[in-house]
Design a protein around this ligand. Structure first.
Ligand code: UT7
Length: 337
């Protein structure tokens, strides 16, 4: 490929993994003051998968990544950038989970780093992969969203513990000369003035690890759920409308609307605002809960494995999460079936 030829970034494959253990709403009823009825009505979630204590985020990621690399028809040595979107890294400071994943996959001597954008991490990562590929710096990017979210959940807090699950999704994003295969557009944004809507207060430079941090439970995720919900609906509706309008694509032309799986009511509200048909909207929240950065690639993998995702299908992704961060993307699937 000569440097004068325009290069596009194509999603060549998808893969995902969830740990086998299931935490059902009935299990949660025994742990906190909640009910299956409340959880299903307010969130759409019926169960989520939880990793065993000796399983790390990188272990989940590696399983998803192996499938994605194989489905892209690549050897591990052909990957030249490893990106891992996560807020539940193997180690909080260093090394990055992307480095651990690279080692476990036998991918050595290539650039590897983590992306911290909470639930928006995978779509943020897509924009990074696109920029690296279109600039000619990289050819095959392994992009992973992986979370062992259970490691930061307080299972005595009913307002958060019912929501989150563990899992990983991965995609290979590769260079192509075929414009029709390329990512069409990505919007990614943030507003740090809402930082306290969704956060883990410790450990970090503000609250380094200490006995007090543990006693106060500052290592657990805290969320202003209702405020986050309202802002998510408002922001996402505006964002997806903008990306469709900017690219002259009417909502009915989208084959698969793949929203972040935080709450069925958010997905439904945004879908309704776009006048999406039910068959266009991908919903997996009932079986995985909110898996943060893993939720979008896991949902894409679900429709891939069901045989519903075909080469050339147009996808609209949207996501919203801690930061606050949000993002949307328009892209065709450019993988083999
Ligand atoms: O992924 C990143 C982005 N995340 C999100 O977008 C999540 C957004 N937020 C949500 O999904 C929802 O706000 C929740 C599912 C977290 C909560 O639903 P809500 O309809 O916003 O409920 P609420 O927080 O306003 O609470 C309503 C009531 C409260 O009781 P009172 O004060 O009305 O007596 C809560 O204490 O529901 C109570 N409640 C529960 N009851 C039974 C909160 N959690 C539970 C629970 N079981 N698990």
């Amino acid at each position: 490929m000569s440097r004068s030829t325009p290069i596009y970034a194509a999603m060549r494959s998808i893969g995902a993994y969830v740990p086998p253990k299931i935490l059902s709403n009935a299990d949660l009823e025994k742990m906190v003051d909640t009910s299956d009825e409340w959880i299903v009505k307010r969130t759409g979630i019926r169960e989520r998968h939880i990793a065993d204590p000796d399983v790390a985020t990188s272990d989940l990621a590696v399983e998803a990544a192996r499938d994605a690399i194989a489905r892209a028809g690549l050897e591990h040595e052909e990957i030249d950038l490893v990106l891992c979107a996560t807020v539940t890294p193997d180690y909080f400071n260093m090394p990055s989970t992307a480095c651990i994943i690279s080692d476990k996959l036998g991918i050595r001597n290539v650039q590897a780093f983590d992306i911290s954008a909470a639930c928006s991490g995978f779509v943020y990562g897509l924009s990074i992969a696109k920029a690296f590929i279109e600039s000619g710096m990289k050819r095959n990017v392994l992009l992973i969203g992986a979370e062992k979210f259970s490691s930061i959940v307080d299972y005595t807090d009913r307002s958060t513990c019912i929501l989150f699950g563990d899992g990983a999704g991965a995609a290979v994003i590769s260079a192509t000369e075929n414009r029709d295969e390329g990512i069409v557009d990505i919007h990614a944004s943030a507003d740090g003035s809402y930082a306290d809507f969704l956060m883990t207060p410790a450990p970090g430079s503000v609250h380094p690890a200490s006995c007090e941090v543990i006693e106060q439970g500052l290592q657990y995720v805290k969320m202003k759920g209702n405020e986050t919900f309202k802002l998510a609906v408002k922001t996402l509706t505006k964002d997806v409308k903008e990306i469709l309008e900017k690219n002259g694509i009417p909502a009915e032309k989208i084959d698969h609307f793949v929203p972040h799986q935080a709450n069925y009511r958010i997905i439904k509200a945004v879908g309704d605002a776009l006048k999406m048909r039910e068959d266009q909207i991908i919903v997996t929240v009932e079986k995985y809960g909110n898996t943060s950065a893993a939720s979008i690639p896991m949902a894409i993998n679900d429709i891939y494995e069901e045989g519903r995702l075909r080469y050339g299908d147009l996808m609209l992704l949207d996501t919203f999460g801690g930061g606050l961060t949000w993002a949307s993307a328009l892209l065709p699937f450019a993988g083999k079936n």
